[in-house]
Design a protein around this ligand. Structure first.
Ligand code: C5P
Length: 227
């Protein structure tokens, strides 16, 4: 069978990463969560006092981009790769509501995007990859053989993210999570550089009413028609 590139884009918390991981595992492909990369840059900015609720020193963040090393290292116990920032495993640090509150502002910066997109293209140069994000089918891999665009209602998505955070023991309210999901959607769709938009050749999947298995089967059918 031929090796292809699969791009999965969509709004926050539509289940992109769950689907992407399932597909990658099934096909024996690499899975790359590009949101983790933007989150790691946001975490770096927080750690270095470059961003807070009332200020964002973009110039300094851009100056310091060269000091940011992002790596994915495979964790065989978990069965997927984890995000490392300058040698440290930041998988837990980047999934907090604080990082979620800053990440879309960091992701608006063109220099940040250019650096991450370059690294993402490099990771996909041999195909056999499933990558999820916001601009994968439009900017990172415009020639991907399969592009999926995932949607679901904001309330479905917020509930999902809320359950996830609770499970990890985070103290958050549903309203807080919903507000964050809506804010990120707004910034992600309105930014100048690489806004979140469905590629014209993408297949749209609204998973408000699909369970994991149904969604996986639907996309697997699409894959099997190509490979
Ligand atoms: O996928 P996740 O929700 O973890 O992404 C976090 C944020 O990173 C998004 O809300 C978006 O602002 C940014 N992002 C992006 N481009 C990508 C992936 C994520 O701008 N390819």
């Amino acid at each position: 069978t031929k090796k292809i590139t699969i791009a999965i884009d969509g709004f926050s918390s539509t289940g992109k990463s769950t689907l992407a991981k399932q597909l990658a595992k099934h096909l024996g492909y690499i899975y790359v969560d590009t949101g983790a990369m933007y989150r790691a840059v946001a975490f770096f900015a927080m750690q270095n006092n470059l961003i807070s609720s009332d200020s964002f020193n973009k110039v300094e963040l851009v100056n310091r981009l060269k000091d940011i090393l992002l790596e994915f290292k495979f964790n065989s116990d978990l069965g997927f790769a984890e995000m490392y920032l300058n040698g440290d495993n930041v998988e837990k640090d980047i999934r907090t509501i604080e990082v979620s509150g800053f990440v879309s502002k960091v992701a608006e910066v063109s220099e940040v995007r250019a650096k991450l997109v370059e690294q993402q293209k490099e990771m996909g140069k041999n195909k056999a990859i499933v990558m999820d994000g916001r601009d994968i089918g439009t900017v990172v891999f415009p020639d991907a053989e399969l592009k999926v665009f995932m949607t679901a209602s904001a309330s479905t998505r917020a509930q999902r993210r809320y359950d996830e955070l609770l499970q990890k023991g985070d103290v958050v309210t549903y309203e807080e999570v919903l507000k964050n999901v809506e804010e990120r959607d707004y910034i992600d769709t309105h930014r100048e550089d690489s806004p979140l938009v469905m590629a014209s050749d993408a297949v749209e999947i609204d998973n408000s009413y699909l369970n994991r298995e149904e969604q996986f089967q639907a996309v697997l059918d699409l894959v099997n028609n190509i490979i």
